[in-house]
Design a protein around this ligand. Structure first.
Ligand code: ADP
Ligand code: TRP
Length: 326
């Protein structure tokens, strides 16, 4: 059975972009595949952070993933830094990763430009990600579109290691991304990708009232200045959110009423709000249950780390053996 694996940084609260672009897919795929998911806390220290806040967010991210539907009876959930082999394999992979490949990663170029002094961790971030995946010899990686380039790098690393040390065998599979139809959700401003680091998101666990307060003023098709102006659904972020949350009949009705100015944008947003409530209410309920019984999170993470340490150790032992390190 192919193994799927993915991670998410605890750099803020889980938002509907993360959910629709990645985590919702994790929940579906755990039914059909052997699945491993983790909170990428070592990745999150490559950006400025505050220790107290990080401590809280790591836990909250694990709890949110369980609330979103990751089921410890079906999938393995763990905290990246609880399995030391991730950093051990990263060091080893540094020796098969071409510098040029890291320097041309879009994320590195973006984030390094925004900082006065750039730390090495930001450059080698994708090597840690390759180690995350290849430690478990993951085949499929469900992520949003922005991670596709990092996965290409993981394939370069797998290929190079196999060629130099595999002894004629492709020990590491070349991992492939698995994208959802909602591969890139825009923020409420309609300008940039919805992101934890920009204040343009709807948190997965926000209340119905909080969500409405954000939806109401959210950007729509700028052509709809007045209630009677017709619009183009495809250019409107609210329409794309309908495609993610509303049933196909509703999506069709939204498109018609936008093109003919049958509805105003507020009418359209009210319908979206109802659809979102339908999907998110059970998630909020589960989050409340988990908050009542925090041991659920501790137990899931402890069991996940114990299981992953065994697999990870086996891989590192094999790698060291092949490389003359053991
Ligand atoms: P953020 O950019 O909010 O910090 P991460 O980089 O931690 O989010 O991404 C976690 C997962 O969610 C990744 O698989 C990423 O591709 C996906 N993702 C993040 N933002 C979006 C978005 N706006 N639309 C679709 N998927 C997204
Ligand atoms: N870089 C990913 C992100 O920002 C998180 C991540 C870390 C990841 N390791 C991974 C995703 C391994 C998939 C597989 O979203």
């Amino acid at each position: 059975m192919p193994r799927i694996l993915s991670g998410i940084q605890p750099s803020g609260e889980l938002h509907i972009g993360n959910y629709l672009g990645a985590v919702k897919n994790w929940v579906e795929l755990q039914e059909r595949y052997e699945s491993i998911f983790f909170v990428a806390d070592y990745h999150s220290i490559t950006q400025p952070f505050e220790p107290q806040l990080l401590r809280r967010r790591r836990r909250e991210m694990a709890a949110s993933l369980l609330a979103a539907g990751i089921d410890p009876a079906k999938a393995t959930l763990f905290m990246q830094s609880d399995v030391p082999e991730h950093t051990e394999l990263t060091w080893i992979f540094n020796s098969v990763t071409p510098l040029g490949e890291l320097e041309r990663q879009t994320q590195f170029k973006d984030k390094s430009q925004r900082q006065e002094s750039v730390m090495v961790g930001l450059l080698t971030y994708p090597v840690l990600q390759a180690a995350d995946i290849l430690l478990y010899r993951g085949d499929l990686v469900p992520v949003g579109e922005d991670q596709v380039q990092h996965l290409e790098l993981s394939r370069v690393v797998a290929r190079r290691w196999n060629a130099q040390f595999g002894g004629g065998e492709d020990y590491f599979p070349e991992p492939q991304p698995v994208l959802t139809p909602a591969r890139r959700i825009m923020g409420l401003d309609g300008q940039a990708k919805m992101s934890k680091s920009l204040n343009n998101y709807i948190g997965l666990l926000e209340t119905s009232e909080q969500i409405w307060a954000k939806l109401r003023p959210a950007a729509t098709d700028p052509a709809r200045q007045r209630r009677t102006d017709p619009g183009t659904p495809e250019v409107c972020n609210i329409y794309h959110l309908h495609k993610a949350f509303s049933p196909p009949e509703t999506v069709e009705m939204v498109a018609v009423n936008c093109r003919t100015a049958g509805w105003g944008c507020i009418d359209c947003k009210k319908v979206l709000h109802e659809s979102m409530d339908r999907e998110l209410t059970p998630i909020r309920r589960r989050a409340a249950e988990i908050a009542e019984r925090p041991a659920i999170v501790d137990e899931a993470l402890a069991a996940g780390a114990a299981k992953c340490r065994v697999i990870a150790r086996e891989t590192v032992d094999h790698v060291k053996e092949r490389m003359g390190l053991a």
